[in-house]
Design a protein around this ligand. Structure first.
Ligand SMILES: [Zn+2]
Length: 458
């Protein structure tokens, strides 16, 4: 069909993918692709793929996101083929067709008309009946048999981690966010990761025990990283926020008994300190850690606020004690800023790529309250930069005396410290206490920190 015009709301998007096309038949340098799912009725939704030069594609992807109501003008309409490899990388849609927007031939623009709201309302309605849903218990009990299958789930979010920047082995920077869900059918929560930028940003507004998600075609597969079968969000999975269906209320009720600040399995999921509400003493933390760990191979994790004084911060020692330098690609430790990675199987180590190191704070802090001590709490990365009010580069440029002085911002002060606590495992017999934030209780200290920050900025 020629000159078509389709209006709908964007219900899901992918990241822009860029590749060098000089070796292909197009021979046009760098090209990019971006796709999204467009919906225009209760039942109908279709995949749209945008092709063009990187600037064109990035402009569209940053202008429109989940919830935008758009007009797709003059796209190429293609019949979906069941054996098409591309079908593996997009959610399955109700439409037998797919739309292709080629730069210069088709257009996408904002739909600015009174009907806008009627499309927008479709965003929160499930695209199909939730009768296809399997309970989490049924899935976890049969997870081996379900290998390489796709399942539908209706779940409530129980935990949302902070975003994380990851450098892949081939040097691409990715933003991701872990979160956890459950449905009341089991005591277990399941940890999932969002990789698509739009969803990573949108999930910042999810609320623990409130946000209900309909996950269509979540994938069950062997997870090389966790070394077991696991559920995951793949590129075929369609995520829908469904706050208003009757089942959402039921499922919210079923999870109210969950401990608010417990976290399940992903040891790299860093809790957002603003969401932590549980206050504990050092003794309560110690007692909780001594209780037997639940499932074999799973690490006990929880988050808590402790009201403590900071008794030690090792800022005046040698730089090597407070800063860790790693290869950005393979994450192996590099001994000095000037050194390069020595790992011969890493592109930066064997000379294929220019070495790139990442430098991070890695500070040890001791805390104390009336019930006991927590020794060797870790204050690392961005959190350390926020707490000290300077970047790791600024810190390296300071004199030893100035570095040492920074600790007096907190030392012996009463503070509210948010901790992410990881229990011991057979491989790591010591518990880890990761500091997520330090808030001094007195206003004077807060002022002093602001002054230091201002001084460093000038
Ligand atoms: Zn390396």
């Amino acid at each position: 069909m020629q000159n078509t015009f389709i209006i709908g709301v964007i219900i899901s998007t992918t990241n822009v993918r860029t590749f060098d096309a000089t070796q292909t038949k197009f021979n046009k340098g760098e090209r990019s692709v971006w796709s999204f799912i467009l919906r225009d009725s209760e039942k109908d939704f279709i995949n749209v793929t945008v092709w063009g030069n990187t600037e064109f594609v990035k402009k569209l992807s940053s202008t429109f996101n989940i919830g935008s109501v758009v007009e797709v003008i003059s796209p190429k309409i293609v019949k979906r083929q069941p054996n098409d490899r591309n079908e593996q990388f997009i959610p399955s849609t109700s439409s037998p067709f797919t739309l292709i927007v080629n730069e210069g031939i088709a257009l996408i623009q904002k739909h600015d008309a009174p009907t806008h709201e009627q499309y927008k309302n479709l965003l929160m309605q499930p695209v199909k009946s939730v009768t296809s849903v399997k309970s989490l218990k049924a899935i976890l009990d049969n997870i081996e048999a379900l290998c390489d299958h796709f399942v539908d789930l209706l779940v409530v979010v129980t935990f949302i981690a902070d975003t994380r920047n990851i450098m892949t082995r081939d040097g691409r920077a990715l933003l991701c966010r872990s979160f956890e869900v459950t449905d009341g059918s089991t005591d277990n929560a399941v940890s999932l990761i969002l990789w698509e930028k739009d969803w990573v940003e949108r999930s910042a507004f999810w609320e623990p025990k409130r946000t209900v998600l309909f996950l269509i075609d979540a994938r069950i597969a062997y997870d090389e990283y966790k070394k077991k079968m696991a559920l995951s969000i793949s590129r075929q999975t369609l995520i829908m926020e469904c706050p208003n269906i009757p089942q959402a209320a039921e499922i919210r009720n079923a999870v109210q008994r969950y401990d608010p600040d417990s976290i399940c399995s992903d040891p790299f999921a860093v809790p957002n300190p603003d969401t932590i509400t549980t206050v504990m003493t050092v003794q309560q933390i110690t007692e909780k850690l001594q209780k037997k760990v639940t499932v074999e191979g799973e690490r006990l994790q929880f988050a808590a606020i402790v009201k403590v004084s900071v008794t030690e911060m090792n800022l005046d020692g040698s730089l090597q004690d407070v800063i860790s330098i790693k290869c950005a690609l393979c994450k192996k430790v590099v001994t000095d800023v000037q050194d390069s990675c020595m790992n011969l199987s890493c592109p930066a180590g064997n000379g294929i790529r220019t070495p790139l190191n990442t430098t991070k704070f890695n500070i040890k802090v001791n805390l104390k309250d009336d019930t006991g001590y927590l020794i060797g709490c870790r204050l690392i990365g961005d959190v350390a930069e926020r707490v000290l009010g300077c970047t790791v580069e600024e810190f390296q440029a300071m004199t030893v005396e100035n570095r040492g002085e920074l600790k007096w911002l907190y030392l012996l002060e009463k503070c509210n410290v948010c901790l992410h606590i990881l229990g011991p495992t057979s491989a790591f017999p010591r518990a880890l206490y990761n500091i997520l934030s330090i808030q001094p209780c007195s206003e004077e200290t807060e002022e002093a920190i602001e002054q230091t920050t201002a001084m460093l900025e000038n």
